[in-house]
Ligand binder design. Structure first.
Ligand code: PHE
Length: 447
């Protein structure tokens, strides 16, 4: 039997799924500490500009291309530019899906383990949270088990398909996620001394802004909005042909940025109120926060809710990462969804094993850095920027910017793309990405 391609049941279902893809570890864990260490509100202002100028045009382009072709990323480029090598851009996306999910799932596994650790009261104000964290990620079995559980959950949902699987799951998980962020924010904001955290988080400090800030902002924007690897093309391909693109893209971006900001307001006021150091960077979620929660009334409960939030956010992102690969196997290779899901999830699980072990259990370095970081840097420095660059060049010059604009506007009601869209996608977006690519590579390998 030929697979009949599914569609989201409504425009809201698309928005929830795509926002679910976008809102992930990047928002709850990474965005707050980047803001905290990059000039507070000054960074937020720059980030919002980047979102408008670079994020929005790529988001609308990816949705439009997918909606037009009704195919996975490889199939989309094949359908829109037959007999050209452009399908390779889609292939890069499929590769990125495997690479990103393999280490993403490991981190999501840490969050799940931490949910139970906080709930059971493992952390007290005496706890050495740094060494507990290093001990957890540096051990072999528990992180791998959680990685397996997380991949199984992800595969279970993706295996059920677009309507019954991903569509249903995000319908409950996204509102739950929103309630959790708001709840945690209210808890944090009502602690004594919370306002100091708000002002640290949002006080603009323009002296912290340098060229690197813009580069970090662009990198964060791609990752956070799930752009440059075909996840949004894939989700767009399940949109009905008469669904509104420009407004949907605006909703996804608004939700992603809004939730990232709220996450910071759930974290920094608490960090300050309980007298912890806000500028610890990446260790904030797993090292500082367990200590912060341990020092707070009902901390076990709120701590557990925080790690539940992190888990849900990661899960709805993981659906989209797995779906990119699964959609390719279904559309192009004619493999049944369940089988495609099982094969892909197993491969991703296996790739995640050395990533997890490289965090301390086993010495597993490649080019002198732990395998986990190799995967992360591969997506951040190459896969996403190159994917986004090629997508913008394809849309701007091959498929033609005015054509994308016309298609996107076809069923638009409130918001329509103007001529500015063509200028952005043809000139500004590619230029900005080339600059980050070159400086990124230079800084990593030659400086
Ligand atoms: N946007 C997700 C996050 O912020 C990560 C992601 C990247 C998901 C690319 C899908 C595709 O955590």
């Amino acid at each position: 039997m030929k697979n009949i391609r599914e569609s989201w049941v409504s425009r809201l279902a698309f928005i929830m799924a795509a926002a679910g893809s976008a809102v992930g570890l990047g928002n709850i864990w990474r965005f707050p500490y980047i803001v905290g260490t990059n000039g507070g509100a000054a960074f937020v202002v720059i980030y919002v500009v980047i979102i408008f100028v670079i994020g929005y045009p790529i988001m609308t382009t990816e949705i439009t291309l997918g909606q037009k072709a009704q195919k996975n990323p490889i199939g989309t480029f094949k359908a829109l530019a037959p007999n050209t090598p452009w399908w390779l851009v889609g292939a890069l996306g499929v590769l990125a899906g495997v690479v990103i999910l393999s280490f993403y799932s490991v981190v999501a596994g840490w969050a799940m383990a931490y949910f139970f650790k906080t709930l059971s009261g493992e952390f007290t104000s005496q706890s050495d949270t740094l060494n507990i964290f290093l001990g957890h990620i540096g051990s072999a079995t528990p992180p791998l088990l959680w990685h397996a559980v997380f991949m199984a959950l992800t595969a279970g949902v993706v295996g059920l398909g677009i309507v019954k699987g991903i569509g249903q799951a995000v319908k409950y998980l996204m509102p739950a996620l929103f309630v959790l962020v708001v709840l945690l924010m209210l808890r944090a904001l009502t602690l004594d001394g919370a306002l100091e955290g708000v002002s640290f988080y949002l006080r603009p400090d323009f002296s912290q802004i340098r060229a690197q800030t813009f580069l970090d902002g662009i990198g964060q924007a791609f990752f956070s909005l799930s752009l440059g690897m075909g996840a949004i093309i894939t989700y767009g391909s399940y949109m009905r042909k008469d669904d509104d693109v420009p407004a949907s893209a605006a909703w996804v971006i608004g939700l992603d940025t809004g939730i990232a900001l709220l996450a910071g307001l759930a974290i920094f006021p608490a960090v300050f109120a309980l007298g912890f150091d806000p500028e610890v960077g990446a260790g904030l979620a797993f090292i500082t926060l367990p200590a912060v929660f341990a020092a707070m009334p009902l901390g076990n409960l709120f701590g557990a809710l925080f790690f539940l939030l992190l888990t849900i956010a990661a899960l709805t992102s993981a659906f989209s990462l797995l779906e990119v690969v699964v959609a390719w196997l279904i559309d192009e290779k004619g493999i049944h969804r369940l089988k495609a899901t099982l094969i892909t999830a197993s491969i991703i699980f296996l790739l995640g094993v050395p990533a997890s072990l490289s965090m301390g259990a086993v010495e597993l370095n490649l080019f002198g850095i732990p395998f986990f970081d190799v995967l992360d840097q591969l997506q951040e420095k190459f896969l996403l920027p190159i994917g986004a660059l090629l997508t913008s060049l394809f849309a701007g010059y091959v498929y033609k910017a005015h054509h994308v604009r016309t298609l996107a506007n076809e069923h638009a009601h409130t918001l329509k793309l103007g001529a500015w869209f063509e200028v952005l996608i043809r000139y500004i977006v590619p230029l900005a990405i080339v600059v980050i690519l070159i400086t990124g590579i230079y800084a990593t390998y030659f400086a």
